[in-house]
Write a protein that binds this ligand. Structure first.
Ligand code: PHE
Length: 464
């Protein structure tokens, strides 16, 4: 007989902060602003907002409901909901196991840049080839990854209320304060380049928010919609078991649909603020061309150059920025680890300590392989979507572009068609709460979401 008691978040705020901590991560900071600037500014933002309150809302409320209803981890919840659906749970548990190692590697890069700016040597980080030199080194990225992984492990070892919730309660408000300070700063800067052109942060803001007229073609709206959907899906941390795990720790008397609304506002708000923080700064110091860098290039190559151009204050801004990114990344990594740990605990009746150590060691070994993918095991391979990839990109592609849409489609079919939408509706309204977007939810989960997810999947496979 398994007599361990399932712990829970202390209440609504604790739950929302932990879930928002998961949702707000590297995706909000380095991918959202870049996509928004590339896809015609305002157009992307409008489409993203519409998708967030329809598509994103549906997936998020479904997963949290599954978690709270079954009080089980992702690995075991699907099988408990419906006999024969266990394989979907296995898949939902494999995704975070795949993401954890490379998320920690990137977390390690953030630790490195934080330390560089903290010790006042930000200038170093702007030298040509600095970033490549760092990630191709055989020891330093591994050491940094270990620091990041240990931090995550310590939080998860603390448990749901005393570890994850407590950590999120401290970190999330700090993150919000930092991002607001840097955004305001970013809007007040101006810079004169060699040719004498003056560019200001406010002009950069216009590029972010005002739709570029040339972007309003059918073709462009379609591709922007696909981009926004992919981004939203990743940003809300759905389809990888996390929201099921967190939902399983949610108290029965918490208003579920209200909490989901709050998580959405948090995640979208931080993404928009990240845009306000990054785009004006990059535009002011590097012009429109500077805005073409994406992902790691934007964060680890372009932004350090921007900070250093700010003069003396640059080291401080850089330090605050990377501290903020580190906060965003750790709360996300904690949630990835917890999805796996809760699965091990439920499936194998393990103690939290053992489950955390086992997954920590798996992540460590795979993380080392990812680091060595930039030196000892270096190769270049072309993915079906056209990108050139190393170990990290392959793990990212398989988990995000292939497995996650499959898990999400499976979840929509299970809830929309096999079990029926009342499974979620009943859970959301079980204390007599109102389910504000109920009609929308039913149409989305049965028809629209699976079709959209399918389109995302075949796009990833390079079909169009
Ligand atoms: N949602 C996080 C973001 O926007 C990313 C994430 C991925 C979090 C995987 C947890 C797990 O960056």
């Amino acid at each position: 007989m398994d007599n361990r008691k399932r712990t829970s978040f202390t209440g609504s705020i604790g739950f929302v902060l932990a879930a928002a901590g998961s949702a707000v991560g590297l995706g909000n900071i380095w991918r959202f602003p870049y996509l928004a600037a590339r896809d015609g500014g305002g157009l992307f933002l409008i489409i993203y907002l519409i998708l967030a309150i329809t598509f994103g809302f549906t997936l998020l409320i479904t997963e949290i409901s599954i978690g709270r209803k079954t009080k089980e981890s992702p690995l075991t919840a699907y099988g408990k909901l419906k006999k024969g659906w266990r394989p979907l749970g296995i898949l939902a548990c494999i995704v975070p196991m795949m993401i954890m190692p490379y998320y920690c590697v990137i977390g390690g890069w953030v630790v490195k840049y934080f330390l560089v700016f903290l010790t006042g040597s930000g200038l170093q980080a702007t030298e040509d080839g600095y970033f490549t030199g760092f990630i191709t080194d055989t020891s330093s990225p591994i050491a940094m990854m270990v620091v990041f992984l240990l931090l995550t492990v310590v939080v998860v070892l603390g448990g749901v209320d005393k570890g994850i919730e407590k950590f999120s309660r401290i970190i999330m408000p700090l993150l919000v304060v930092l991002i607001i300070i840097i955004s305001i700063f970013s809007l007040t800067i101006s810079h004169t380049d060699e040719s004498g052109t003056i560019r200001t942060g406010m002009e950069g803001l216009k590029i972010l928010f005002i739709p570029d007229k040339s972007s309003l073609t059918f073709q462009n709206i379609l591709s922007t919609t696909m981009d926004a959907m992919g981004q939203l899906f990743y940003s809300l941390s759905v389809a990888m078991g996390i929201m099921i795990a967190y939902g399983s720790y949610m108290k029965d008397d918490v208003n579920l649909s209200k909490s989901v609304g709050q998580i959405e506002v948090f995640d979208t708000g931080i993404a928009f603020l990240a845009g306000v923080m990054i785009i004006p700064a990059v535009y002011t110091f590097m012009g429109r061309e500077g805005m073409e860098a994406s992902g790691p290039g934007l964060m680890f190559i372009s932004l350090p150059k921007v900070f250093i151009q700010m003069g003396k204050i640059g080291n401080i801004v850089g330090c605050l920025f990377f501290a903020m990114v580190l906060f965003a990344a750790t709360t996300s990594a904690v949630s990835i680890l917890e999805a796996v740990v809760s699965s091990f605990m439920d499936e194998f009746k393990m103690e939290r300590k053992n489950a955390t150590l086992i997954e920590g060691i798996i992540a460590l070994i795979l993380g080392i392989v990812v680091c060595l993918g930039y030196n000892k095991f270096y190769f270049e391979i072309k993915l079906p979507n056209g990108a050139i990839a190393q170990v990290l990109d392959i793990m990212d592609y398989v988990s995000n572009n292939l497995l996650m849409p499959i898990v999400a489609i499976g979840t929509c079919i299970l809830v929309g068609w096999i079990l029926g939408t009342d499974t979620v509706i009943g859970e959301v309204t079980k204390n007599g709460e109102k389910f504000g977007r109920k009609g929308l939810f039913i149409i989305m989960i049965k028809y629209v979401a699976p079709i959209m997810l399918f389109a995302l999947l075949i796009k990833a496979l390079g079909v169009f």
